[in-house]
Ligand binder design. Structure first.
Ligand SMILES: [Zn+2]
Length: 173
């Protein structure tokens, strides 16, 4: 388009075109070409500006992705550390349980395991202030009297939930 405008201008300047109508047409075309060039330059400028804005957005989003990824990595690290800690605790508690279970008579352990399976993982409960801590029911007077009269090594059980009751100084007997 620039070339065409230059050529038109050259023809105009050369004086080869003499007809007033042709001269007017030529001048008109030159003006119209100049306007189109200006319009195109505006478009190019706008495209460049939009490209710049898009690049800024890309780098902004890239930064955010990196920041989110680093948070994910952080959380993953904390999760792994927590898993490791829990695994360690499970191993140590399991070992502890084995030691304690080894000191419990076999028939009592069998009863406990059976109750534990039936009662949602709790086979024995503390008797606290005349209340079974397994089912939270207060024991009846007659039951408390029976427990009070039982020998310390007798296995006593809750009348309500059948769990083994563990007597302590706080049992309220
Ligand atoms: Zn109970």
């Amino acid at each position: 388009m620039r070339q065409r405008a230059a050529r038109d201008q050259q023809r105009l300047d050369s004086g080869a075109v003499t007809s007033p109508k042709d001269l007017s047409n030529l001048q008109h075309e030159i003006a119209s070409l100049a306007k189109r060039q200006g319009d195109l330059e505006d478009v190019v400028l706008e495209v460049m500006e939009r490209r710049e804005a898009a690049q800024e957005r890309v780098s902004e989003l890239t930064e955010r992705v990196a920041s989110v990824q680093s948070k994910i990595d952080d959380a993953g690290g904390r999760r792994d550390a927590a898993f490791e800690e829990i695994d360690g605790e499970v191993a140590s508690v399991t070992k502890e349980r084995e030691v304690i279970a080894g000191s419990v008579p076999a028939d009592l352990l069998k009863l406990y395991d059976k109750l534990r399976a039936q009662q949602g993982g709790i086979g024995a409960a503390k008797l606290y202030a005349r209340t079974c801590q397994g089912c939270r029911q207060e024991l009846a007077i007659t039951e408390l009297n029976e427990i009070r009269a039982a020998a310390p090594d007798t296995v006593v059980r809750c009348e309500n939930c059948r769990r083994i009751l563990v007597r302590t100084a706080e049992s309220g007997l």
